[in-house]
Design a protein around this ligand. Structure first.
Ligand SMILES: *Cc1c(COP(=O)(O)O)cnc(C)c1O
Length: 385
């Protein structure tokens, strides 16, 4: 098995980083469930000494996702938040970061309640405006931290434009690409320096593992991330690395179906008399639809929509039968949630309002079931409103 030099995306997903197992020829990288490695003689070993530092299953996943995201190296962590935590150790006390205002709630909590204690400073702006990004940059700004599309109202940031603004000011760019997945967009191609994922979501795709990964391109970033992954030790275990590797093999076909199903449901909801507003980048009514067409391949598996009041939202959320009422996203099964009281409950109410996370907003992570069953389920739930 040799990966062709110009292999296409789905071929990369299946093969990158995974040679047949040298011990047996097993086509699938084994789960190297070990804590240490026997050395032949003092100072003579196979490059593996201790499993926090090196593990072949984790290394296979890291090489796989680095190739998928068009990066030069990747580092896998115990969760998406651990991956973000590692990225933030690239900074020093006194450094300033410009952040997408509607970033993932856990990111906001990490920045505000943990990292401020270490002298980092954060400014949250609507990064869909390149002017706002530029205005927020100060002499101490070191990093631009972007998320696009945002959760749950699916605002987009122009990745190429934002990277140009940041780089002009000597600021490096990290993108949380969890929501889109690398099938839908690959930020490094638009100039990003770092990509972060919660592998818990689309990369693993089967709702059975928690993990995170950072993809890097710059030598100084790679060197530091390799060091800090070992020094802090928040590594992804071999079993989870194996599960995510299994997941990335089917990422393209899963994403095609997520994209297609979400488009059908978004159109259905947009035409439904009981729905006040639908947020989905694939709809021509989305304010950044043109940008979505340029920047994304398909429009992703997340939809949110407003039904007019908390009571009506409750009727839909309690009325669905096939869709599961649950947090998280990116799995094969469809999940429905209420951002204001679930994923975004820790965001202060006035901030929620400003971000458009109203009490009548419902989010769906559209799975890959038959779309007619999903539409029927929404139809009967909306009938209860
Ligand atoms: C889930 C998520 C995270 C955090 O990942 P965990 O694996 O839950 O730690 C970060 N960013 C986004 C966009 C997410 O959806």
């Amino acid at each position: 098995m040799k990966l062709p030099e110009h292999a296409r995306f789905s071929t990369i997903c299946i093969h990158a980083g995974q040679a047949p197992d040298p011990a047996t020829g097993a086509i699938i990288t084994p789960i190297y469930q070990t804590s240490t490695y026997v050395q032949e003689a003092l100072g003579v070993h196979k490059g593996y000494e201790y499993a926090r530092t090196q593990n072949p299953t984790r290394a296979a996943l890291e090489a796989n996702v680095a190739a998928i995201e068009h990066g030069r190296a990747a580092f896998a962590f115990a969760s998406g938040m651990a991956a973000e935590g590692a990225v933030m150790t690239l900074l020093q006390s006194g450094d300033h970061v410009v952040v997408t205002d509607n970033t993932y709630g856990g990111t906001y909590r990490l920045f505000e309640q943990v990292l401020r204690k270490y002298g980092l400073d954060f400014t949250y702006v609507d990064t869909s405006s390149l002017d706002e990004i530029e205005r927020a940059i100060r002499p101490s700004t070191k990093m631009l931290f972007l998320e696009t599309p945002t959760n749950p109202v699916l605002r987009l940031t122009d990745l190429a434009g934002a990277c140009q603004v940041a780089h002009r000011h000597g600021v490096f760019v990290a993108v949380d690409n969890t929501f889109a997945s690398p099938y839908v967009q690959r930020p490094i191609g638009f100039g990003a320096d770092l990509v972060v994922h919660s592998t818990t979501k689309f990369l693993n795709g089967h709702s059975d593992s928690v993990g995170g990964i950072v993809v890097a391109v710059r030598d100084d970033h790679i060197e530091w991330l390799r060091f800090v992954q070992n020094a802090e030790g928040a590594i992804l275990g071999p079993m989870d690395a194996w599960l995510v590797l299994r997941g990335t093999k089917t990422l393209p076909i899963r994403m095609e179906r997520h994209n297609a199903n979400a488009m059908v449901l978004a159109e259905y909801l947009a035409s439904h008399p009981k729905v006040a507003q639908v947020h989905y980048p694939g709809l021509p009514s989305h304010p950044q639809h043109e940008l979505a067409r340029r920047q994304m391949c398909g429009f992703g598996g997340l939809i949110s929509f407003r039904v007019g009041s908390l009571e009506r939202a409750r009727a839909v959320l309690n009325g669905v039968e096939l869709m599961a009422l649950a947090e998280s996203l990116g799995g094969v099964e469809t999940l429905i949630s209420h951002p204001a009281t679930m994923t975004h409950a820790s965001v202060p109410a006035d901030r929620r309002q400003r971000l458009g996370i109203t009490d009548d907003l419902i989010r769906i992570s559209v799975g890959i079931e038959h779309v007619d069953d999903l539409r029927d389920d929404l139809a009967q739930a909306l009938d209860r409103v």
